[in-house]
Design a protein around this ligand. Structure first.
Ligand SMILES: Nc1nc2c(c(=O)[nH]1)N[C@H]1C(S)=C(S)[C@@H](COP(=O)(O)OP(=O)(O)OC[C@H]3O[C@@H](n4cnc5c(=O)[nH]c(N)nc54)[C@H](O)[C@@H]3O)O[C@H]1N2
Ligand SMILES: Nc1nc2c(c(=O)[nH]1)N[C@H]1C(S)=C(S)[C@@H](COP(=O)(O)OP(=O)(O)OC[C@H]3O[C@@H](n4cnc5c(=O)[nH]c(N)nc54)[C@H](O)[C@@H]3O)O[C@H]1N2
Ligand code: SF4
Ligand SMILES: [Mo]
Length: 738
């Protein structure tokens, strides 16, 4: 059997891999290797893709549409009945209460973002306006301050930096940067470069660090304030950069003076000298790259910390030059910052178009005329992944109608009125929109490796059928474009642009229209890639210089069409854009980075030490990334070579004080819930801090292992600005069992 190119779907890196197919009818994924031809990952892969067959060939996957019976169980129904009833019930909500009462959640996981693109057509047909996804429980605080300070998002160049800072981030396990382990090893080995890790745990990444700031959990705001205080007091800031590129430095300095280094050091329980050492290293380096992630973004003061993180690298001039922060050009433009819109019931800020995850259940359960009455969930498992799973289940039960599109009978699907089975990510063309490489940026349209079995359908087909059943698109719209598609890409491109530009209804249906027309003439293994045509043309129009340097030239729409053709022809991935460091620009209205955001300066002045609750003496981080965790993408616990029981990590002295030894169990209780967990005694933990892995506790006919973390979390524990959860610092008590 030949090796086939595809990508790993288990984290946002989406490394290019090659897979050897085998087994009965060649339907097993047997062997794996990193694909050297992939322009971003260049042959890199970690240990996880070797277990992808557990995803592809889970014997318990969904094979037929399901409808909920009054007793809560599900019965199989045909696709005809499923599409008709789902369309009728959603249309009834739209017609009786307004389409804005139909909420959309998800759209893709780590490696499958085409469903979300097709779903825009269904949402348009229904007039659905509000939506969310997992990004609104991690990144929206960062997006808010990025929007206000810089007018754009940033990523960081760890390959070339002199100093790397990982803030609440463990890239050895969680990756998120290309070839993470290679990059970390290079940093650790080079005496001229410095790796700084800020984490209460001694993680694998922290073990490699030159400076590990092992702070008390939840105190990052103080640590950053302390470091900023040193930079300002010792004048280690970049005045040239501050004068030329920023506004508001003086006001920031004044606010920083409201806390002393001694106060900050005491609260985060670190020696002043260590904070000073880290700050000096950052202040004197030629280049500093920073990555903040869940350890701070799902924690106390998270949006404030995102603000302080930006101050750290902006005050030191670490923006827009190699080894620092850059503004990537993903294929689809991301919406940034506060949109000015508010959620209809709780009035929460809608950042980057997303309703904060912790507000969704409240939006549904409120006795309010604008409450959401229907929900479509696609390629996501919010009844497992959002704070307070019991409350999310209650919210789903309160809806007039709920529809889940997934490959598996997930925790969320179990609560749904209709469950629509999707073909897997290896049975259809797929792609990720997490393209953040710089200066060369890459995109891979992965062809299907297998034909789908009878039963499941690709999301493109599901949305096309729903839009047809809703009467949003008809054969009369499709026929002329199908003809144009037969005549080749340039002719089709022109006819398609003309059709959608002259008719607003059709422009809303563009994704499914592309699928039903262009999709029909594409090779079957690339059919679902049809929607990318529009995205390639839009990208080319917005970024002619960058796409031109990547080799795609010509007036609109030709460069975009050439890129689309190249994606079809190159299953191992394509460089679609080449940027230059000189193009990295601050995109605020003033053209300068806004340092002095009043609400955050006030927050600095008012910052008070965390109040401990003696009833809950431990801090639980609920959702650590380990070597065999991958959200809930693989449900069969047997996929884990290590850590299958999802043990709670705890410091040896805490364990002995509780009277538990290795292999024993503890009962963990939070304000929300309680569970019995296996114990792993680990020197990597700080005293008082315990950690459970993410993605465990999935129900599976072969058994459920570990704890579903959000049975233990509450929706009230959230960031006041962005509504992001505090999963990484849940007050907890522990007791011995048995
Ligand atoms: N193996 C694996 N990799 C993954 C995933 C996966 O499921 N499994 N998921 C992917 C996804 S969706 C994401 S978003 C990323 C997330 O990637 P990470 O954010 O790196 O993952 P976590 O392990 O959740 O959290 C990072 C660290 O935060 C630390 N932390 C806890 N409390 C605090 C605190 O108070 N302060 C600080 N500074 N740190 C604290 C934890 O000890 C942990 O080491 O990983 C991606 N990669
Ligand atoms: N307590 C706690 N909670 C957390 C976190 C934490 O650290 N702690 N981390 C959070 C983070 S960062 C994230 S990103 C979220 C992730 O949580 P979610 O966004 O809810 O996503 P996943 O668990 O990745 O689930 C992806 C779903 O897609 C399905 N799927 C797989 N392939 C396909 C396909 O081809 N088509 C369709 N339609 N479905 C498919 C899978 O079966 C699965 O149900 O979890 C969050 N929840
Ligand atoms: S899990 Fe992430 S880093 Fe590992 S191979 Fe897959 S995409 Fe790459
Ligand atoms: Mo995530």
């Amino acid at each position: 059997m030949a090796w086939k190119p595809t990508a790993c779907i288990l984290c946002e890196c989406n490394c290019g891999i090659e897979v050897e197919l085998g087994g009965e009818n060649g339907r097993e994924m047997v062997r794996f290797r990193g694909d050297k031809r992939h322009p971003a990952s260049k042959g890199y892969a970690c240990e996880k893709p070797h277990r992808l067959n557990f995803y592809q060939n889970d014997p318990h996957r969904l094979t037929t549409p399901l409808r909920r019976r009054p007793d809560g169980s599900h019965e199989p129904i045909s696709w005809e009945v499923a599409i008709r009833e789902v369309a009728e019930k959603l249309a009834a909500v739209r017609d009786n209460h307004g389409g804005t009462k139909i909420f959309y959640y998800g759209g893709g996981g780590q490696g499958n973002h085409l469903p979300g693109a097709y779903a825009t057509a269904t949402r348009k047909a229904l007039g659905s306006r509000y939506r969310s996804s997992a990004l609104a429980q991690e990144k929206t605080g960062e997006f808010l301050v990025a929007g206000e300070m810089l007018g754009t998002m940033t990523r960081s160049d760890f390959e070339h930096c002199e100093v790397a800072v990982f803030l609440g981030k463990n890239p050895w396990q969680s990756h998120s940067i290309p070839h993470a382990r290679v990059t970390l090893k290079a940093l650790a080995k080079d005496p001229a470069r410095t790796l700084i890790v800020i984490d209460p745990r001694r993680t694998k990444t922290a073990e490699m660090a030159d400076i590990h700031l092992q702070l008390a959990p939840g105190t990052d705001a103080w640590l950053l304030l302390g470091m900023l205080r040193v930079l300002v007091d010792e004048d280690l800031v970049d005045h040239g950069f501050l004068d030329a590129k920023t506004r508001g430095f003086e006001e920031v300095v004044e606010a920083l003076r409201s806390h002393s280094l001694a106060e900050c050091a005491a609260i985060c329980e670190l020696p002043e000298d260590q904070i000073r050492e880290a700050a000096r290293r950052i202040g004197t380096a030629t280049s500093v790259a920073c990555f903040e992630d869940l350890g701070v973004q799902m924690n106390r003061h998270s949006t404030l910390v995102s603000y302080l993180d930006r101050l750290l690298w902006l005050l030191t001039g670490n923006f827009g030059k190699p080894g620092t922060q850059y503004t990537p050009k993903p294929l689809i433009p991301w919406i940034f910052g506060d949109t000015g819109k508010r959620s209809p019931v709780t009035g929460a800020r809608i950042i980057s178009g997303l309703v904060p995850c912790n507000h969704i259940a409240d939006e549904i359960l409120a006795d309010h005329p604008d409450r959401y009455r229907a929900m479509i969930v696609e390629a996501a498992n919010p009844a497992h992944s959002l704070a307070d799973s019991p409350r999310f289940r209650e919210a789903m039960a309160a809806l007039d109608v709920s529809v889940v599109i997934d490959v598996a009978m997930t925790e969320t699907a179990k609560c749904a009125d209709y469950v629509l089975p999707a073909s897997t990510q290896f049975e259809k063309a797929e792609a990720t929109f997490f393209n953040f490489e710089f200066p060369d940026n890459a995109f891979q349209l992965r062809p299907a490796l297998f034909t789908p079995p009878d039963g499941p359908l690709p999301e493109a087909e599901i949305h096309a059928r729903l839009c047809e059943a809703l009467g949003a698109i008809s054969e009369a719209d499709i026929a002329p474009l199908r003809q144009a598609a037969e005549a080749g890409l340039p002719a089709f491109g022109a006819a398609f642009m003309q059709a959608v530009m002259s008719d607003r209804r059709l422009s809303g249906q563009a994704p499914v229209l592309l699928y039903r027309t262009l999709g029909e003439v594409l090779p079957p293994e690339l059919k679902e890639g049809a929607v990318l045509l529009a995205l390639c043309v839009q990208f080319a129009m917005a970024n002619p210089a960058q796409i031109g340097r990547a080799g795609f030239a010509g007036p609109p729409p030709f460069a975009g069409l050439a890129l689309f053709q190249k994606l079809l022809d190159t299953p191992t991935g394509v460089v679609f854009s080449r940027s230059e460091w000189s193009e990295v620009a601050i995109q605020t209205p003033s053209g300068k980075a806004e340092l002095a955001l009043p609400e955050f300066l006030d927050a600095i002045r008012e910052l008070a030490p965390p109040a401990a609750d003696p009833a809950y003496p431990f801090v639980l981080s609920a959702g650590e990334r380990r070597s065999f965790t991958a959200n809930t993408i693989i449900r069969d616990g047997d996929w884990r070579k290590k850590g299958a029981s999802g043990a709670l990590r705890i410091h040896p002295e805490d364990a002995s004080a509780l009277g538990v030894s290795a292999g024993g169990q503890l009962r963990i209780t939070t304000r929300r819930g309680s569970a019995v967990v296996d114990v792993e005694i680990s020197e990597s933990m700080r005293r008082g801090h315990v950690s459970l892995p993410n993605g465990l506790g999935t129900t599976h006919p072969d058994g459920t292992r570990g704890v579903a973390p959000n049975e233990l979390t509450s929706t009230e524990d959230m960031d006041p600005w962005a509504g992001t959860p505090w999963h990484k610092s849940v007050p907890a008590q522990l007791e011995a069992v048995g």
